[in-house]
Write a protein that binds this ligand. Sequence first.
Ligand SMILES: NC(=O)c1ccc[n+]([C@@H]2O[C@H](COP(=O)([O-])OP(=O)(O)OC[C@H]3O[C@@H](n4cnc5c(N)ncnc54)[C@H](OP(=O)(O)O)[C@@H]3O)[C@@H](O)[C@H]2O)c1
Length: 333
Amino acid sequence: MPAATRVPRQRYPCHLACMSSSDRLLTPRAASQRRDFLKQLGAAALTMRLPVNTEQPASALHTSVIPVSGERVPRVGLGTWQGFDAGTNASRRAELQECLRTFLAGGGTVIDTSPMYGSSERVLGDLLAAEPLRDRAWLATKVWTTGAKAGVDQMEESLRLLRRERIPLMQIHNLVDWRTHWRTLRTWKDDGRIRYAGITHYQNTSIADVEQVLRAERVDTVQLNLSLDEPDAVRLLPLCQERGVAFIANRPFGGGGALGRVRGKPLPPWCAELGITSWAQYMLKWILSYEAVTVAIPGTGNARHVADNLAAARGPIPDAAMRTRMTTHWRSL
Ligand SMILES: NC(=O)c1ccc[n+]([C@@H]2O[C@H](COP(=O)([O-])OP(=O)(O)OC[C@H]3O[C@@H](n4cnc5c(N)ncnc54)[C@H](OP(=O)(O)O)[C@@H]3O)[C@@H](O)[C@H]2O)c1
């Protein structure tokens, strides 16, 4: 699709677009208290196993636009690397079921997986099948092999494991044999088996290779590491905006190590202005402060962490000045 026919990004700040009208009338503190109350109400409903409203989550998450289509997705999703590699372990699967339930009931939709992540695709497919809100899940997986036939076989197997005839997004994992798979993904898009074709990488040293592909092809989504600890991919964000590419931020916590480093350290008092109550939210809101970031996909298999992460997609989003303050403080820790 030529760039000119792509849907332009929204013109007003995402946090205003997505705040409820009643929130806009409140001071930030009062709005935050109101949202906390609604969150607690939602959590209580989950604990008491009250029937879940399948139409509207208790408090809407900020969304962003996928440039190629205009479709909106919530700005915090869920990654499944390691956390969902539970095999047949029943107690682990029960925890992950709670995790998915919290995610979907909390308004989350985007879930990222890969055939590279052990049993994650199978576990995700099995657990989603038992979820009343399963149709909310917006699934993204990857092709991670060489050769056209091997690629098709692997993608067919992914769909079988995920129990879907079609999924929104298929990505070429780490650019492995990308030219071959790119041809297949175009066919799959034409056939309606996927809506979007994307590329991913996990190494900052490969950002230049990713950039070349973004310039050469009409890529719908790109997934790269992006966090306060690994900010290198920030330099690709203007190109993504120019080319109409949705940006998916993976490893938002640097694989978890970044959160480990700040565990036990107090948040700076000014975080209250942003409604930030945890370091995870601090790291995610920093990422979401970049308007070109479509969605961040923190990996977790813990329902409490899911709720914590989703909270980053509510309330104020930092502006550029606040982002600089956050970066400076982070570096001083
Ligand atoms: N395309 C690629 O090459 C590529 C590479 C890497 C990752 N990815 C994708 O990106 C996703 C995210 O990356 P990642 O999982 O490697 O790293 P990450 O999201 O940066 O960190 C995950 C770690 O953070 C912990 N965590 C999550 N939420 C937390 C919270 N609120 N409080 C405290 N700890 C929290 C998790 O532990 P708990 O489970 O205990 O919560 C886990 O140990 C992956 O799951 C995967 O889907 C893609």
